[in-house]
Design a protein around this ligand. Structure first.
Ligand code: B3K
Ligand code: ZN
Length: 873
């Protein structure tokens, strides 16, 4: 299929200034009349034909300036509508199409979810509603009239502000008209029609305008929507305070639907959400769910400026809105919660998803240079690494200039479809800096590795750090250039006392710029051999090799003033031990003892000060992280055994303080999702897990008791998770009890599916197959497929990577089964194969043959075809 290249971008030959849509909702025969005001683009070609995009459309009629077009004057197919001799001045095109929303299983365009009508247009779903110039640089003012059966769809929502609504005389139908004054690309179009309940409140913006906020959910679930509404209000306030951004319509509506391909969508004034990221109650949602809801509500709201007011010129610029908006939502969550704890969580996700992607056959730059299917580029690289680039920019230029640069960017680009260059130019203008080297972060794929050697000269009282950076080749980029890497750095004395050493190459904010392949940094006035604390707060998305001993690292765990590096130090020591155990290389016993003893001291002296942080320190790198770090010839079974063994050792040495914490942190009072309460629960539940790793019988009893008496989903699910690691009757009884208790709660059953699919035992594949027959499972609901099949593929390294290849074959079968229904969902599942090349030879061959079997299939979607092809290259 066709490859689309960034270098081939050219402006559209036509512009569409106004779009009037008249949508008559019907389960199988929805009629869409689109009236488009079109004119030639002065920047386009003068004699070009008009070619509109379409997808699976059924055309009923076309007329131009009021005249029905005879079939000779246009050409059409399901994918296009073209007029070879369009007028050379402004004209009106009226197009009538018919569609079947009930048959739309791709969940792109107009479809139905639990009987309600909703839309998803990004990246290219609008062309499934009407023929259009379906590209983000076509900005139009939309007016939408929606008509529906009153019983079927009492609520009718569109973009912008409500204009008019009423009954249609003599029928049981009604209508609503919405007008959005802000020109927008078609991917931000949305409408909703259905039976929905809502919660709402009024918000007064910083300039004093009143905005009605509403969150719509399945009737009866309104009480689960309050947290989302509260998060929306806090997001709006925060964006005013921190970025000076005000909301710009009279209403802001959020609708939760249960069939959705991703998390949520930022349609102008009408965000549509996966209900998993809206609905929450203490009994059904965990602390992690609450945090996700808050972050995603904020993310979609923040898009109103970073994405909607300023949108993308073309899809290659996707990171312009996504990376920036992730950065903004991360900052919001950091302000609302604990900044260091949130930073660690961000980095864990970045490493697990983005570093893995960068090391895989699917590696690509934050701004890709080409694609076959854009929907395959909503990746951790574009989102998470894209956010890291914005963060590095802020670290380099400082807070004040960052804010001034953002203001200038919004100011200059408001109402336009912009590029990454426009973004960087704003900061170049504000700072007078040349950001061209920095811009390489957008074009060069791969995770740089920074190697650091240290030398202390006692006589001269100097300390030198020698840096080298290198990036491994990625597809299409065999040789790599050095990157501009901000290294936030400090020195810590062995006894924890502060060091006043200086270096002229370190900025007052403590940042050293590494922008060459090799460089060194000297400090003078260093009175004793220090321990370097580099990449504080994870100042750049790189991997690091440092010549520090485990003892040095344990000094950092104890004394570093940078919380991130305290956590990182414990992780690095644990990682070394895990690799030693997995590869059976000799690790001196003393090293295990010293880590366990350091953690014990930490638990006794520090854990109570910040329980959420302590929980993170006590959580070992997960198995996939270890596999990545090993990087080749991986045996997942050995890694699994190693991690279990290290958890057992730590649980044994730390049993006393863990038990004390477990008892002390027991739930008091009613549930509150705030960060401090969540932190206490998380430390308590990590304690439960480590204690169970050390003593299975007692652990089982304790987990069982917690499972039965828990007063909230966080504690219940945590104990359920611990039981999953302990084969036996108690586990099976808990599984049955959980299944019965939440039989009518699909989002809770998703957790039940996930935890069962994650059991690292040979029987799991059969269990997953059996669960696919469960009445709550449905192959057409993305949440169900992801929680059962996706979890097996992504969260169960030993079983997905079974030595006999059955895990791979199962997931391949599922990809082939889902693909004809929902290609985006199938393609996402298939990315589980991203790590196949790092496996040991036997598994690697079995994964290759499963991938080949998929590739040989004649009728693959473009989505799956693209991923499988790149995975095999
Ligand atoms: N912009 C949407 C993602 C659309 C995905 C299209 N395949 C949600 C978000 O990032 O906010
Ligand atoms: Zn986004």
């Amino acid at each position: 299929s066709k490859i689309i290249q960034l270098k081939d971008y050219r402006p559209s030959d036509f512009l569409i200034d106004r779009v009037e849509l008249d949508v008559r909702l019907d389960p199988h025969a929805t009629r869409v009349k689109a009236t488009l005001t079109i004119r030639p683009n002065p920047e386009g070609r003068a004699d070009a034909p008009l070619v509109l995009d379409g997808d699976e459309l059924n055309l009923r009629s076309v007329s131009l300036d009021g005249r029905a077009l005879p079939s000779g004057e246009y050409e059409t197919g399901p994918q296009f509508l073209s007029i070879s001799q369009p007028p050379r001045q402004a004209f009106t095109l009226e197009i009538e199409t018919e569609l079947d929303p009930t048959a739309n299983t791709k969940l792109m365009g107009l479809y139905r979810s639990s009987g309600n009508y909703c839309t998803q247009c990004e990246a290219d779903g609008f062309r499934r509603i009407t023929y259009f110039l379906d590209r983000p640089d076509i900005l139009s003012v939309y007016t939408t009239r929606i008509e529906a059966d009153r019983d079927e769809a009492p609520v009718l929502l569109g973009n912008g502000n409500p204009v008019e609504s009423g009954a249609i005389e003599g029928t049981n139908r009604h209508f609503a008209i919405w007008h959005d004054p802000h020109p927008k690309p078609s991917y931000l179009f949305a409408l909703v029609g259905g039976r929905l309940g809502h919660v709402g409140k009024s918000f007064t913006t910083m300039s004093g305008r009143a905005v009605r906020l509403k969150v719509y959910v399945e009737p009866g679930k309104e009480d689960r929507a309050h947290y989302a509404l509260d998060a929306l209000e806090r997001s709006m306030r925060w964006d005013e305070r921190v970025f000076g951004r005000e909301y710009d319509l009279d209403e802001f509506n959020i609708v939760a639907v249960s069939d959705f391909n991703m998390g949520a969508m930022e349609n102008k004034g009408l965000n549509i959400f996966n209900d998993k990221y809206v609905l929450a109650s203490p009994e059904t949602a965990t602390d992690a769910d609450y945090a996700n809801i808050e972050a995603i509500i904020a993310h979609e709201y923040f898009h109103n400026w970073s994405g909607n007011r300023v949108t993308c010129r073309d899809w290659f610029q996707l990171c312009l809105k996504e990376g920036l908006t992730v950065f903004r939502d991360q900052e919001f969550s950091s302000d609302e919660r604990s900044r260091p704890v949130h930073r660690i969580a961000e980095v864990k996700t970045l490493r697990a998803r983005q570093f893995a992607e960068d090391a895989s056959p699917l590696a690509h730059p934050v701004r890709p240079q080409q694609y076959r299917e854009i929907n395959n580029f909503y990746t951790a690289t574009v989102y998470e690494k894209g956010a890291e680039i914005v963060r590095m920019l802020k670290t380099i230029i400082g807070e004040g200039d960052f804010r001034r640069g953002m203001d200038l960017y919004f100011d200059r680009c408001d109402g336009t479809a912009a590029t990454v260059e426009n973004f960087l130019d704003a900061f170049a203008t504000v700072t007078g800096r040349d950001l061209s080297h920095f811009a390489r972060w957008y074009s060069q794929a791969g995770t740089p590795r920074v190697t650091i050697r240290s030398t202390y000269d006692e006589a001269a009282q100097t300390y030198r750090l020698d840096f080298a950076q290198a990036t491994a080749p990625t597809p299409g980029q065999p040789s790599k250039e050095p990157m501009a890497i901000p290294v936030a750095i400090g020195l810590v004395a062995q006894d924890g006392s502060s060091l006043t050493a200086t270096s002229e190459r370190v900025s007052p904010q403590g940042v050293f710029m590494l922008d060459r392949a090799q460089d060194s940094l000297s400090f003078s006035g260093v009175t004793s051999r220090p321990v370097p604390s580099v990449f504080r707060d994870f100042s750049a998305p790189v991997r690091t090799s440092l010549d520090l001993t485990n003892d040095d690292l344990l000094v950092l765990l104890r004394h570093d003033t940078d919380a991130f590096n305290r956590w990182q130090a414990a992780q690095t020591v644990a990682m070394r031990l895990l690799i030693g155990l997995a590869e059976r290389t000799s690790v001196p016993d003393g090293d295990f003892d010293r880590l366990a003893a350091a953690l014990r001291t930490f638990l006794e002296s520090d854990a109570r000060r910040d329980p959420a942080f302590a929980a993170l320190v006590l959580t070992l790198p997960n198995e996939a992280d270890v596999a990545q770090e090993i990087g080749a010839n991986v045996n997942p079974d050995a890694i699994h055994r190693a991690r279990r063994e290290l958890r057992r050792m730590i649980g044994t040495v730390c049993a006393e303080p863990l038990l004390q914490l477990y008892e002390e942190l027991a739930d008091q009072g009613p549930y509150s999702p705030d960060a401090a309460s969540a932190g206490r629960r998380s430390l308590r539940n990590v304690s439960l897990d480590l204690l169970a790793a050390a003593d299975a019988r007692q652990g089982e009893r304790r987990a069982q008791a917690q499972f039965e008496t828990a007063s909230n989903m966080t504690d219940r699910l945590a104990s359920f998770g611990v039981l999953m690691t302990l084969p036996g009757e108690a586990r099976e009884a808990a599984i049955a009890a959980f299944g019965r208790r939440y039989a009518d709660e699909p989002l809770v059953l998703d957790k039940w599916f996930t935890l069962q699919a994650s059991i690292q035992e040979d029987g799991t594949l059969d269990r997953v197959r059996r669960l696919m027959e469960h009445p709550a499972f449905s192959i057409s609901n993305p949440n169900r497929v992801r929680s059962l099949v996706g979890s097996f593929a992504m969260l169960n390294p030993t079983q997905f990577n079974r030595a006999d290849g059955q895990g791979y074959e199962f997931v391949a079968d599922m990809v082939l089964r889902v693909d004809p229904l929902n290609p985006q969902l199938a393609a996402r599942l298939l990315t589980a194969f991203g790590s196949w090349r790092i496996m040991e030879p036997e598994r690697l061959e079995r994964a290759r043959s499963a991938l080949r079997r998929i590739a040989q299939n004649a009728s693959l979607s473009r989505d799956v075809g693209d991923i499988v092809q790149r995975s095999l290259e």
